[in-house]
Write a protein that binds this ligand. Sequence first.
Ligand SMILES: Cc1ncc(COP(=O)(O)O)c(C=O)c1O
Length: 445
Amino acid sequence: MTNTPQLKTALPGPKAQAIIARDKSVVSPSYTRGYPLVIERGYGSMVEDVDGNVFLDCAAGIAVNSTGHAHPDVVKAIVDQAHKFLHMSGTDFYYEPQVRLAEEIASIVPIQGGVRSFFGNSGTEAIEACLKLARYATGRQNIIAFFGGFHGRSMGSLSLTASKAAQRRGFGPLMPGVYHAPFPDRYRCPLGSTPETCAEACVDFIEHELFTHLVSPDEVAAVVVEPIQGEGGYVVAPDEFLQRLRELTKKHGILLVADEVQSGMGRSGRMFAMEFPGVEPDMIAIAKGIASGLPLGIVAARAGLMAWPPGTHASTFGGNPVACAAAIATIKLLKDQLVANAADVGAHMMSGLKELAGKHPLIGEVRGRGLMIGVELVRDRQTKERATDERDAVVSGAFARGLLVLGAGKNAVRFSPPLILTRAQAETAVAIFDEVLTEVESHRR
Ligand SMILES: Cc1ncc(COP(=O)(O)O)c(C=O)c1O
């Protein structure tokens, strides 16, 4: 097994081209495909395409393949469970893998005093469950979310999503009762505040603007926040922002929902990113990395809060036993080594990327936590003009050199590799990124 990309054909190769041509006539054109990768197999942090080209994966199926591709422990857990039974609907019957996973979740989420889990199949389903539970438990209707946030694409979660207008365009009217507040991006504070005061200004906006002019706090069921915005550009919420948000929500009996669909399951270098500010949310939405690639979404909530009676909410496939088995194996790997690896290799990669900022004027900011790293590209460091076309060129240029990365936000590149990434692989990724930046910058001169 190689640790460095190996390209054998022009990209896309002939087999990839043929599959893409077939895809074009039968698959929904709504999917965003940044570059023409057609995968045949994956191992560890490497993926091989149908033409035998090998890539270093710093995308991980959008931050999903937490334990890497086809980790033997996860595959074994899946196969063992598949031999026993594939489905029995945990909504109507009992099976141990679902109970065991709920016990594991209760032991790892940063919520004290008893935790219950609800099982769905995806991030958006987890958010829908959060919305329903928040309304049900509080008897209130309104929800506050943040600009730049991404929470999914079903009608309820889409109403919270405020990432790209194209994601909402043509689908209205969305769910009423949703209010959006500015997210504290310290690099470009939406309220024009300094990096030091941005967090405070954003909480003040909710308290003094939203609560004064638009919605009474006693009618707000929940605030839903990503501790690190994912699709929005890998923007880390300052600790003091999340701490003040917790104080404000507590004061008004509002639930705090942490959307850790992307930042959770060890990616930040802690099991959950909410651990950094030491803030205890009332509910956590989990998906993506939880089952190493099998579909699973979970809402973990304070036990006393998740007190809805039988029949109120359920999903046929939610908590599928094979996905639960994959999740249990994933959590073990995360606890044993991979959360620590994400912190260690993440810090190494971050310092490598920060060093690049010294020689590449395109780099405006390098930010993130653990192996959730965003590099924001700008045309001018003074004006911070967004380098959107350049970002797209960097993502495509990386692919052409065998490195898989994705864009995030308008002008950031995100590194979200499997959490098994080694230091040597991180260095390879940084070296390729360096080359691509040099090339893209040379076109601008
Ligand atoms: C923070 C966050 N929440 C929710 C979702 C929706 O998850 P899914 O695509 O599994 O529905 C995503 C997906 O990118 C996400 O990043």
